[in-house]
Design a protein around this ligand. Structure first.
Ligand code: HEC
Length: 153
């Protein structure tokens, strides 16, 4: 318990440090590829958590998966610069123009993942499989809430 509290603290400190460190000029040379990589990281972790739930695995071990995901929303936020939507470049992307025309909703959908992940982290740390299952449903809903409006099928 103490060990995971220490890890949580350092993860938070690292995330805060990254958030306030100015990005190097070339950090977003390929924002479309970079945001896809973050979303693939989400999917990889959601699948791992789901598999552990199905297999009656160790819920506490999943805290690391959740923490990796928690870095996602702040990473994603700057990876949707104007002009990177579907049809605006030669790169394949499912990012719909509504991301920029109704940006407040997109920002709020992105931030909406944070409380869902916080709930999932608490659930994982509790070790309670039913709690993790429910919280994973909440995360899944936050993913879908954004995809429904902002991602092409
Ligand atoms: C704020 C909106 C938003 C949230 C929240 C969100 N996504 Fe997405 N997701 C998108 C958009 C937009 C794309 C399309 C990106 C592109 O093609 O440029 C995408 C693409 C993806 C992709 C395809 C990536 C690729 O390689 O093309 C996967 C997988 C994915 N999301 C999974 C998830 C999962 C799992 C979650 C929740 C844990 C999630 N997303 C949360 C908006 C979101």
């Amino acid at each position: 318990m103490l060990r995971s509290a220490v890890l949580a603290l350092s993860a938070t400190a690292i995330a805060a440090g990254l958030a306030f460190t100015p990005a190097p000029a070339n950090a977003q040379s390929d924002p479309i590829a970079e945001r896809k990589a973050v979303f693939q990281m989400y999917l990889r972790n959601v699948r791992a958590i789901n598999a552990a739930v199905q297999a009656n695995g160790d819920m506490r071990a999943l805290a690391a998966n959740v923490r990796e995901m928690q870095a996602g929303p702040d990473r994603v936020a700057p990876l949707f610069p104007a002009g990177t939507g579907q049809g605006q470049t030669t790169v394949t992307t499912r990012a719909l123009p509504v991301i920029w025309t109704e940006n407040a909703g997109f920002v709020s959908a992105n931030n909406g993942l944070k409380p869902a992940l916080a709930t999932l982290l608490t659930a994982a740390e509790s070790g309670d499989i039913a709690q993790v299952r429910t919280a994973l449903g909440g995360v899944d809903a936050a993913c879908s809430a954004c995809h429904t409006t902002y991602r092409a099928r």
